[in-house]
Design a protein around this ligand. Structure first.
Ligand SMILES: [Zn+2]
Length: 205
């Protein structure tokens, strides 16, 4: 199944799950407020979410998957109710600049990615996407202008079905007290919490 992309009224850049539309500049402002700066990847990510939303059946209760931790989780969180915190957004470290929205129950959904051949026609985007130039030599304004012009022309959409193993609700299960740090942790992690098994990001100072 391939679903035709929705046509935006002129001047509209991106639409969220509620159908609220934002012009390009308004979306850049929202990105800056949420993300700290107008990251090109997040601008494109907004278009990717918009495209996926336009192809989902209306009223579908969906979850989201980001295939990279860069930019795309924020695009999903800005335009849909799926967040990392509520568990409706999974961030996977696959390193692909792609995202998917899928029906919470059936696992059927839409994946959107940057098409490497399509991107070749857009010099600034191509150079940014493949990191062909050092960041300092990039013309950020020209890049954003090109992203605005290109819109969904650089994107590809496909239908997907999420693997059944990922559809199982990941429950914490029984909790216990870690014998080393004394904090609570899921017993299924082993005889000590994961931090005490060597995965702690800190040392205590
Ligand atoms: Zn511990």
């Amino acid at each position: 199944m391939r679903t035709a992309a929705k046509i935006h009224p002129p001047g509209d850049w991106v639409r969220d799950v509620k159908g609220t539309t934002y012009g390009f500049d308004a979306f850049l402002e929202r990105i800056t407020a949420f993300h700290g700066y107008p990251a090109p990847g997040l601008v494109i990510g907004g278009k990717m979410v918009d495209l996926a939303l336009s192809a989902m059946p209306s009223g579908c209760l969906f979850d989201a998957i980001a295939e990279t931790g860069h930019c795309l989780p924020d695009a999903i969180q800005m335009l849909t109710p799926c967040t990392a915190g509520n568990g409706w957004l999974k961030v996977m470290d696959l390193g692909r600049f792609a995202l998917a929205l899928h029906d919470k129950h059936s696992g059927n959904g839409i994946r959107v990615f940057i098409h490497t051949h399509k991107v070749a026609a857009w010099k600034q985007i191509d150079s940014w996407f493949f990191k062909r130039k050092p960041k300092a030599e990039q013309d950020s304004d020209a890049l954003l202008r090109e992203i605005q012009q290109a819109g969904e022309k650089i994107l590809q959409m496909e239908t997907i079905r999420v693997q059944p193993r990922l559809m199982v609700k990941d429950s914490v299960g029984t909790r216990g007290i870690c014998p080393q740090c004394g904090e609570s942790y899921p017993l299924k992690h082993g005889s000590a919490c994961r931090a005490c098994q060597g995965l702690s990001p800190y040392t205590t100072v």
